[in-house]
Every structure is written in structure tokens, then in C-alpha cells.
Design a protein around this ligand. Sequence first.
Ligand code: RIB
Ligand code: CA
Length: 300
Amino acid sequence: MINCILDFDPGVDDAAALFVMKKAKNLNLLALSSVNGNVSLDHTTRNMQCLAKLLDIDVPMAKGQEVPLVREPFFATVHGNDGMAGFRHMIESDDVKELTSENSVIMMHEIIQNSKEKITIIAVGPLTNIALLLKTFPEDKEKIEQISIMGGSITSGNVTSLSEFNFYVDPEAAKIVFESGVDIIMAGLNITEKANITREQIMLLDTIENRKSKFAHRILDYYLSNDSGIHDPCSVIVLDDPEVFEMEDMYIKIDVQNDETRGMSYRDLRKERNGHYNCKVITEIDIEKFRKILMDAFTE
Ligand code: RIB
Ligand code: CA
């Protein structure tokens, strides 16, 4: 089993990642951590609690950083004002699990230090919490197996022509993580924009008399009318079913300037030619296997 922590900014595709995590065969979820990203930290944190309740996931949860390390918050529009496509009311509850007292960076640090085995981090929002963890507690690096990241792209962006949302929101955090020396798997837009389910599959969800399936239908129907990929589950599936993807060793750098290249991820081919790599980048997807995993998760 892979012991893991999910750090996310729910967000519709983040919610899909948690659906998939619930069904994962080889992943042992130890904790959930929220970060500002798609919507404000208040929304991503409440969505985390409501989704955990919906999916009967009972693990420690904590909220992380409210703003990026340096930049002003920058929110997405494709997830609706509440981050759940306007449908959080379907999963609201007075009985959600309370947050742990600490900031999620402290929570992650304590879990990592108290664990006998190395921990895998799955990070599918801006990397603010993860950068702070690595900078505040560098001793944790040797106890982190790898970080499976949804972010970046080796082709084009979705905020600018060159920059992907998670890295655009907090470029400094992404740079810190990619320069940390910790093993990374990167699921970039080059692959995640292909990761979706069909309209027929979305409509099928609405025919299932199951609260989880109905909720999945509502949020995905809204989201996929505005975005092309269900990005975040890729970073979970690559750990639980690695045969769904192909990967390539690369050396990825992050631009921390402004405007068009802010947060851009790009290859340093000189380093690669000298045999230096800092991550595995997902380059191919078996879309039918991906769709089956998602539909199994949404129809359970
Ligand atoms: O660019 C896509 C990424 O940004 C996804 O993680 C989505 O949830 C948003 O956070
Ligand atoms: Ca996300």
C-alpha cells in the first residue's frame, strides 16, 4: 500500500480525484489538506469537509495557506463561485468532520515524521503548502517517497498561452518544489486536457439513483461545458494504476517572471542531455482505462 496525503483546492476535478482515491486499491489515504486555488480557502476547505462526508472518508483534515507565497490570490471561474459548480448545497451537512487544530503544513509534517514508512504526497492545487512544508521542515524530504503533481505543461497553458493554472497561481512555490530534489511525477495539461469522460457517460450518471452519482453528474456537466479536462484524477491514477499512463524523465524548470510566462514549466534539454532529470512527466494516457476508472468511481 502507498501511504499518501492529498493536498488540493476543490474544485470540481479535485472532487473527482477524491472519488477516485476512495476506490483506489493500492493507496492508503492518511489525511486531506486544503489550499487556496480554484476558489478561496474558505470554500476549498468547506468543500473538502463536505466531500469527505459524502464519500465516507474519515481522515484528519486541515486547512493550509490562504494566499500564495508572494502573489495575490488568483481564482478560477470554471468551478463556480462555491468551487462545486454551484452545487455544494447538495452535499452540505451539519455533521462534517471537524478540522484538526493545526495548519495543514504542521499536520503533514507530523504525519511524515511519525510514519515508519515514507509518505507520498498528491498535490493537485497550487503548491503553496508543499513549498512551505519543504522549506520549513527540510528534514521531511528524506521521508517523502514522491510528490505526484497535477500542474504545468510541456505544450501550452490554460491561463496564458504558456502557463497552467496551479503553477500560475504560485510560481515561486512550484519553483521551490521542482528544485527540492524530491522525486516528482508531473501530470501536465499536455496529458490532462485529454483526460475526460464522454457526454454520454456524464448523462448516464444522471440516470443512477445514487446521491453521489447525481452530484457527480451536476458538477461535471457544468465543469465540462467550460473546461476540457478532468485534470486532477491523473495524479491519483498514476500511482494506483500506473499502466494507464506512460512517463518520460525530464528536467523541468519554472518561470517566476510575470505576464505570459508567469509559472510556465519548461524543459532544460541541456541538463537532460547530460543525464540530469528532476521529474517524470506523463506523456501518454490510455483514455478508455481512464474513463473506466472514473465511471467506476462515480457509480459505486
Ligand atoms: O490547470 C488545472 C488545475 O488547476 C486543476 O488542478 C484544477 O483543479 C485547477 O486547480
Ligand atoms: Ca485542483
